[in-house]
Design a protein around this ligand. Sequence first.
Ligand code: ZN
Ligand code: ZN
Length: 142
Amino acid sequence: MADRHTGRCFCGAVEIEVLGEPEEMGYCHCTSCRSYTGGPLSAFVLWKAGNVRVTSGADLLGSFRKSEMSDRRFCTRCGGHVMTLHPTLGFTDVYAGVLPDIDFLPVVHLNYAETVLPIRDGLPKESDFPAAVGGSGAIMAE
Ligand SMILES: [Zn+2]
Ligand SMILES: [Zn+2]
């Protein structure tokens, strides 16, 4: 039986489940994440798209797609952010705060060139995205 974690939006009407192990956990410092979340960065848990399922409240899940890259999903009742689909990559980011019982073990910072909150934690700082997903792969100093 694979690992299974459940998550929910701010009001609890939308519930999701994630199966197995995440692909990666980390922080994104990009201006889009800041603008969307209202925070100085976002903490993400990245999954293969097929390992994330909406188990309750799917009819309340709104979507907003500013770019082809990111299809953001939120609860239309409470406004809580739930996840961001990356259809072109086949991955789904679930905000770490949406999965309260997962051990958040970040391994990377993304889009560090755009940071407004430098974090000196010794983790690699990708200038934008890793080369494997179309980024420059450049690593910055903290
Ligand atoms: Zn909600
Ligand atoms: Zn971002």
